[in-house]
Design a protein around this ligand. Structure first.
Ligand code: FES
Length: 112
């Protein structure tokens, strides 16, 4: 369809490359135009990709992804979030913002 090239970029923000993501299973874009974005997963399993704003909803530290435990943990005061961004443990009070993710032409995008 002729609209394809429009939908490819409109409403989506590029946050990095597939190579960066697959190297470590994580891709952190600290200064993207929509703020910090952390993508977790592998391009080989696009459905399982997770993208969140990694800014802790407590006092703004950058949370870490714990692959083995399948959750995000804040290094500052121990708040925890599930892979879908849901709050699991205080002192944070709000969930993490999450984004839809897609991979196209070797780049990783999140929906703005
Ligand atoms: Fe994350 Fe306090 S800033 S728990």
């Amino acid at each position: 369809p002729s609209s394809r090239s429009n939908t490819a970029t409109k409403g989506w923000q590029k946050v990095g490359t597939v190579a960066q993501l697959d190297k470590t299973g994580q891709l952190l874009a600290e200064n993207s135009p929509i703020g910090a974005v952390l993508v977790v997963g592998t391009s080989k399993d696009v459905k399982s990709l997770i993208a969140v704003n990694p800014t802790c909803s407590h006092e703004g530290c950058t949370i870490d992804w714990k692959a083995k435990e399948n959750k995000f943990v804040c290094p500052c005061h121990g708040a925890e979030f599930a892979r879908d961004g849901k709050l699991k443990r205080s002192p944070a009070k709000k969930p993490l913002k999450t984004y839809q993710t897609k991979i196209e032409a070797g780049s990783v995008f999140v929906k703005t």
